[in-house]
Design a protein around this ligand. Structure first.
Ligand code: AHR
Length: 497
């Protein structure tokens, strides 16, 4: 008998896994935007394309990066878009502020540069507007500047700055964390302010998808209740979810290991609760998607809030070690995203380079990929495919009695893909994969290491990389594979396997 039997229900599709569920977040914070992505047009020591690091661009394209949110974060509620357009030498030098950091900000990476980055990456752009120190007029102007096809002073300015055609930016956030860094609003005051912004933005571009700032359950319910009969002004409700209960980034104990994975799994429950609040407020008459705008692990070494007695690194640059454990946590969260793809409209891992749960790290000329990068890349077959339910059964369980091996499956143009996680710290799992009525060749790649504390680094960039995993046919519609402990793998079945 197998340790775990996973049965994929190809006859009971859940919905489409929008590529937007694999979005990313780039904030002007620490070395994410400046240094990590942008080295500037004049950089001579780092190969770049139009100011963006070539090595990072290539990695992010391959990951892939279908959606990118910018410029914040808390930074967004101080940001004035006009500072970042026009000749770079004439752009003002501002105080860049986010998360208790202050930097000298030369605005070299502005709207045109960011939208060029999105074009190079094949990413949909998502701009976060300023409600903290901005105005409805300023945000309407940014929307007009980016999206109007008409001949106006702002579109002429856009053309003069190199973009005669509209950018057609689809997604617009109305503030960020306005319950906190974005102005310390209460839910009802934010709702009234949102109504004003959204009404005016809709006049400028009725097709722009507007994202309202959500928070926890009570805020979300009050926000939507206050919007009342104006819910048509909301396309997406933004929530953020950072995991903070996993102990130290590297030197975690076994209980911490399981705590982080459990916290990652609970992300799904937050999405489910938020969906119920939306359903309650709309009566099912309007679709408001859930935008999980920021998610991932935020370790105590780089945190000024939350649990954990670990000494904080000084100064806090928001750079943390990304271990195999973090990659497994991401894979577990993605299982939930697939299951909730009918209500979760987008999700952005925080953040894309050098900050928090980053898939890519840089140090001077060096660049390396974290285990989370490889986890995301192993999920690539799921983008745009149809999510299918997976039922698990078998004796292998974690200390809390929950299943050790879990999985998500999708069916797409190139066959079936199943991504499995063996959460068990030290037990390998003999897995039987059952997909009734499905035939084809199977192949798999696995991501693991001798310890879940393993990291990649500039000196050892390939310590945690995918490897081939053997998959054996075990009769019609059945396959067998051995999952190592603390590991994830993607099995592909079909012509492209
Ligand atoms: O991602 C770092 C910060 O986390 C963002 O600026 C803010 O939105 C959140 O609190």
């Amino acid at each position: 008998m197998a340790d775990t039997t996973l049965t994929v229900r190809a006859d009971a599709p859940i919905g489409t896994v929008s590529p937007r569920l694999y979005g990313h977040f780039a904030e002007h914070l620490g070395r994410c935007c400046y240094d990590g992505l942008w080295v500037g047009l004049d950089a001579t020591n780092i190969p770049h394309r139009e100011g963006f690091r070539t090595d990072v661009l290539e990695a992010l394209r391959a990951m892939p990066t279908p959606l990118l949110r910018w410029p914040g974060g808390c930074y967004a509620d101080h940001y004035h878009w006009r500072d970042g357009v026009g000749p770079p030498a004439e752009r003002p030098r501002r105080l860049g502020m986010s998360c208790d950091l202050q930097v000298e900000d030369d605005n070299g990476l502005g709207t045109h540069e960011f939208l060029r980055l999105c074009a190079l990456l094949g990413a949909e752009p998502y701009l976060a507007g300023n409600m903290g120190t901005g105005s409805p007029q300023e945000l309407c102007d940014w929307l007009e500047y980016c999206n109007t096809p008409l001949d106006t002073t702002l579109s002429r300015l856009r053309a003069a700055n190199g973009a005669p055609s509209p950018f057609g930016v689809p997604l617009w956030g109305v503030g960020n964390e306005n319950w906190g860094c974005g102005g310390n609003y209460d839910a009802a005051s934010y709702a009234r302010e949102y109504r004003r912004y959204a009404t005016m933005l809709r006049h400028v571009d009725p097709h722009a998808e507007l994202v309202a700032c959500g928070y926890e359950d009570d805020w979300n319910a009050e926000l939507l209740a206050t919007l009342g009969n104006r819910l048509h002004l909301v396309d997406h409700l933004s929530i953020h979810h950072y995991w903070s209960h996993g102990g130290p980034e590297l030197d975690f104990d076994d209980a911490d290991y399981y705590a982080l994975l459990a916290e990652a799994a609970e992300t799904e429950a937050f999405v489910v609760r938020t969906a119920a609040i939306i359903e309650d407020a709309t009566g099912g008459r309007r679709r408001i998607g859930i935008a999980l705008d920021e998610w991932g692990v935020w370790h105590p070494e780089v945190r000024t809030w939350g649990p954990g007695a670990t000494a904080r690194r000084a100064p806090v640059t928001y750079e943390q070690a990304g271990t195999l454990r973090d990659a497994l946590a991401a894979a577990i969260a993605l299982e939930g995203f697939h299951r909730q793809c009918a209500t979760l409209s987008l999700a952005n891992l925080a953040q894309i380079v050098n900050v928090l749960h980053a898939p890519v790290m840089t140090d001077g000329a060096a660049m390396w990929l974290t285990p989370t990068y490889h986890a995301l890349r192993l999920h690539a077959p799921h983008l745009g495919a149809t999510a299918l339910p997976v039922a698990g059964d078998g004796p292998l369980v974690l200390p809390d009695g929950s299943a050790a091996v879990t999985a998500t499956a999708t069916s797409g143009d190139r066959g079936l893909a199943v991504t499995l996680v063996n959460r068990h710290l030290d037990r390998s799992a003999d897995v039987c994969l059952v997909v009734p009525e499905v035939a084809g060749d199977a192949g798999a790649a696995v991501l693991t290491a001798d310890t879940p504390r393993a990291v990649n680094s500039a000196d050892d960039p390939e310590r945690v990389v995918p490897a081939v995993l053997e998959v054996r046919a075990d009769g019609p519609g059945r396959w067998r594979l051995a999952m190592p402990p603390h590991a994830m793998a993607t099995v592909r079945i079909g012509p492209a396997a």
